[in-house]
Design a protein around this ligand. Structure first.
Ligand code: BEZ
Ligand code: FE
Length: 291
């Protein structure tokens, strides 16, 4: 009865709000708000926050919004550390037919990285251990794909992307776009990636610390692999020997994305590549695009 009149009680709190939204003309919004209202009220009833605790939660949400700017998206970071970015990605990129697996995009992709010839070195700051990355892009039938656009980016040897250190790193350091030829082969020079922290000087970093969690992402390279008529693949390759491989702060690691980073101790080959040490790292990784 109370509920029919729109009055509020602790017992019927969720129903009172859901009933108030009943005239919503957008069925998807109505569904989303109903589920969120139900689950949120259920959580509040289970947690029974004090008023001070609820204020602390609101202050966290306020600070999360306030730190956002063109380069800092703290809400996405919050979604990442809660595992929600990976869950949304998994729901939207189910690949029953054997395509390579997706993982998080992250905040450091830029749309206008330069296109480079195969074999180019994306490392412009001269820091880190030289590495050759190569492989093939194929369809799910194993046929090599030509004209595939591969957008690659990685953090530098000190654990920062160029866009985090504008004026310190060269523009477009450790970024490039490569387009496959008829054989579907790609290759480029880079540096061995290292683990690095997600931006942890804001509310999300404080939350991680309060939870006893570290802010690190295991060593990886990012790829967006795109071809006409295929699903775009947004993914990484990871170094399985990285100490953070089983505790990625944003849950991005998938077993199928672990690559084999080999040390090539061949001075002549290293010189031929234009490297200065008498060894280098090599990693081969093939991508499969699903239609
Ligand atoms: C990244 O790998 O660039 C990244 C992903 C999620 C959050 C922060 C950074
Ligand atoms: Fe990254």
């Amino acid at each position: 009865m109370t509920q029919d009149r729109g009055y509020f009680s602790e017992e019927t709190s969720a129903q009172a709000v859901i009933a108030r939204n009943a005239a919503c003309p957008n069925p998807r919004l109505a569904q989303v708000m109903e589920v969120i209202t139900r689950k949120l009220h259920e959580a509040v009833k289970e947690i029974e926050p004090s008023e001070a605790e609820w204020m602390q939660a609101l202050q966290f949400l306020t600070a999360t919004g306030q730190i956002c700017n063109d380069w800092r998206q703290e809400w996405i970071l919050f979604s990442d550390i809660m595992g929600v970015s990976m869950l949304v990605d998994a729901i939207n990129h189910r690949k029953p037919d054997g395509g390579s697996e997706n993982t998080v995009l992250g905040p450091f992709h830029v749309a206008d990285a330069p296109e480079m010839p195969m074999g180019a070195n994306i490392c412009l700051d001269g820091k880190g251990e030289d590495m050759v990355v190569s492989g093939y892009v194929r369809d799910t039938q194993g046929r090599p794909l030509a004209g595939v656009r591969m957008d690659v980016w990685q953090a530098n040897d000190e654990g920062f992307y160029d866009v985090q250190q504008k004026g310190i790193q060269p523009d477009f350091n450790l970024r490039g776009v490569f387009v496959t030829g008829a054989d579907g082969h790609y290759w480029f020079k880079a540096v061995k990636p290292k683990f690095y922290p997600i931006p942890d000087d804001g509310p999300v970093g404080k939350l991680l610390a309060a939870l006893g969690r570290h802010p690190y992402r295991p060593a990886h390279l990012h790829f967006i692999v795109q071809a006409d008529g295929f699903q775009t693949l947004t993914t990484h390759i990871f170094d399985p020997n990285c100490p953070y491989i089983t505790s990625d702060a944003v849950f991005g690691v998938k077993e199928s994305l672990l690559a084999n980073f080999r040390k090539v101790e061949d001075a002549a080959k290293s010189t031929a590549m234009g490297f200065t040490a008498d060894w280098f790292w090599a990693v081969d990784f093939d991508f499969v695009l699903a239609r």
